[in-house]
Design a protein around this ligand. Sequence first.
Ligand code: NAI
Length: 338
Amino acid sequence: HLRPPQREDGGILSRGNCRAKGGAPGFKVAILGASGGIGQPLSMLMKMNPLVSVLHLYDVANTPGVTADLSHMDTTAVVRGFLGKEQLESALVGMDLVIIPAGVPRKPGMTRDDLFKINAGIVQSLCEGVAKFCPRAIVNIISNPVNSTVAIAAEVFKRAGVYNPKLLMGVTTLDVARANTFVAEVLGVDPKAVNIPVVGGHAGVTILPLLSQVQPSCYFTKQEVEYLTNRIQNGGTEVVEAKAGAGSATLSMAYAAVKYADACLRGLRGDADVIECAFVASEVTELPFFATKVQLGRGGIEVVFPLGPLNEYERAGLEQAKKELKASIEKGISFVRN
Ligand code: NAI
């Protein structure tokens, strides 16, 4: 594309260094799968994030167009596009945060596990790149089935000798957004005023909203608990069916991914009390990975919070969730090991 004529003094604002204008810290972020249904709105929202100084868009298709388009937005982040495997290295070197929404989405009638066959290999090969070219970056995994793909990423990093469990996270923020939205609708309040921890994993019964821990605290009837739990667990399917073959949640997911990525960057900047739910390496249960509230900081995940008090309904849900999660995690691990 057209380049501006060179200025003799080199220009006042040297582009591409990792400090945003005014000396505020800026971070380098790569999005892998940037041309997709999630990737495009996610890239746009990250281009608008003042904490981002450099934004790398990587995909196996269409990144030149997406990059040219976004590069005309008059926000601080410098956008660069990368296309195909031979450009993965340049896309990843120097990154602070890598967000991965690459892979196929569900169609009506499919479970997230049905995506395993295709997405497992995609996540494996992209994480091999991360291990090689930016092993100290925080990695946000969006590609489904998250309950397996996070275990795949961990195995890839272990194999490469670079695994740091504090830097690897499965993004479950959309489950929390749905929980807040559906609960607010029942209570007749602004969703911004509600906060529900959602623990476990990111598929069907492994999505466990802890309605007893709703903030601000309130009481739900048995009927409300059953309705809300069911709607939160099947929120993704609601969108898949409404899109009728055109994919799964993309816009709400991009919103949720940016909410989580922004929390990671605020943590890196050193902000206090940055707390979100995420699917991470965990000792909260006997499983190696589990979603709970975590605190994000300069080193990635700094605290993994315990579950807190559960009622009888939630304890039963937890047992069900753990059974399915165990199988999904083992499937991911054995995919890489065998
Ligand atoms: P999409 O099909 O619209 O986009 C996927 C993108 O990945 C495409 O641009 C494709 O070219 C790219 N891609 C494929 N192989 C690649 C590779 N090897 N390297 C780089 N890029 C590659 O799909 P959509 O709707 O954006 O969904 C992406 C993933 O996110 C799906 O697996 C979906 O299930 C998952 N998802 C996760 C959610 C969560 O809460 N964690 C919520 C919604 C979707």
